[in-house]
Design a protein around this ligand. Sequence first.
Ligand SMILES: Nc1nc2c(ncn2[C@@H]2O[C@H](COP(=O)(O)OP(=O)(O)OP(=O)(O)O)[C@@H](O)[C@H]2O)c(=O)[nH]1
Length: 553
Amino acid sequence: MVKDKQKTLESKLAVLKQSYLATLKADLAALFQVFMQISFEVQISDCTLNSDRQVVNASSKMALDNVSQRLHKIAGSAGTFGFHAVGQQARTLEVTLQSWLEASDALPASSVLKAFAQQLQKLQSEVLLDIQSRPSVVAGESAISSATVIWLIEEDFDLGNSILEQLSNFSYTVRLFSSIEQVSELSSKVAPDIVIVDVRGNLGQLASLSKLSCPLLFISEQDTFDARIHAAQMNAQGYFLKPLNIPQLVNRLEQLLNDRQAPPARIMIIDDDDQLAMYYQLVLEAAGMEVLILETSCEIMEHISLFRPEMLLMDVHMPIYNGADLAAVVRQYDEWSNLPIVFLSAETDLNKQIDTLSPGADDFLAKPILAAQLVTSVRSRIARARTLSALLNKDSLTGLLKHASIKSAAVNEATRGYRQKYPVVVAMIDIDNFKMVNDTHGHAVGDVVISSVATLLRQRLRQTDVIGRYGGEEFLIVLPHCGAEDGWKCLEDIREYFSRLSFRQGEIEFACTLSAGLVCSSSVPADERETLLVAADEALYRAKRGGRNKVSY
Ligand SMILES: Nc1nc2c(ncn2[C@@H]2O[C@H](COP(=O)(O)OP(=O)(O)OP(=O)(O)O)[C@@H](O)[C@H]2O)c(=O)[nH]1
């Protein structure tokens, strides 16, 4: 699967490289012609006694400036496509041109200009000969696995089956083993995502599990320091006492799987060079990211609010609006004040880089940029942005969006739905008689119940759905592209699953239920969208009044 993906990417890149080569050849041929024309005009003006050399200088300087800008682009793009030598020579020519343009006196003699034109011609022929290797491509790993496979090692068949059944409620695929030897044999051929083992004092045998490359969780009867230090030395990433608290175990499983199940990063690219933009797109998509190339800069804010990028990758010098101005516009919107903006630029002058950064961009990536470098830089910046955003917007108990964030997300999602004419479901979910859970089993157990609802919602909803903790034991979810009927079925499914979970406090086992109320945007006029939350709350109230453990709309 990954190999096929890699092959497709390589063939797409080969096509793109061919098309870039054709453009590059045509560009260099055009630059050569422009240059020959300039040197011809300078030569004529040198020979004609009554010519106005100043006028010729002014118009030639404008033309040279244009050539310099085009060379600047080539210097940035050629290396990216693997034509490193061409990129470096274009940079050298650009620097020469800049020194002429910055000098206040007349342009160099026509013979110097002609010599420069010949260098351009040489560059053109070198493009044909340049057989530099292709840029390396990082094959993307799929961010999301279809189902999480857990190997459970439990000698007690009944206990093993009971754990298996409960974990299956959370959509895990669980395989039960009765001994560590069985796992050791199989682990050389296939690998699970996580191994859970009931240690039962089998300390010697456990050593063979340390070779596993996946996370290891221990279940034990012993709550002693020795047992726990042994688990730590074996790199166990969780230690759970019997009788097992399944929601607590599931919380840890979710934390471990969180990175792998994170939604793909969304990147928006703005570059007037179509081929470069497509190259970045291919490379980032192959690494599992979602990429949108913005075609019309003046619609930047509409596209940002629709696509909701986690990073903007922008060229600096663009024909109509430059990158610095676009970054400043983005920063005028509070909602996007933290969006990472990274410039991809062939600019090598540090002072100019700093000038460009000041209005609102966060960083620079110098062109030419290799595929692996691009993927790594984007990944690490997005990871950091996600961590910061989680700290700011996420509730610490459940990892879901906090009250203010989910509330504004609900309004934003609904607004987008009205604009693009698709239905959006907004639903309020509340744990039934939760006060009694706290009063009977204690606040800590209540917290486990709250976080198990969060886990269930994360697992059962789509990645495009938005989930938040609205209040203590109340949740708000937003389901884009979903009608009332489908929303109801989805919530019914969640309600039913939740009622089957069993929670534990010591020897006492208990179950909980939840109620939900939903509203679909198609039943509320666009200009009354602020009332969607009130309508969902009213539906929740009807579900409570109707006896709880119900979904109403
Ligand atoms: N454990 C725990 N309890 C919380 C948290 N936040 C709020 N609560 C409790 O949640 C309970 C909510 O109780 P009520 O609003 O009376 O509702 P209820 O008992 O769920 O009854 P219905 O909603 O009518 O079914 C209160 O006892 C709060 O103290 C929290 O973070 N952790």
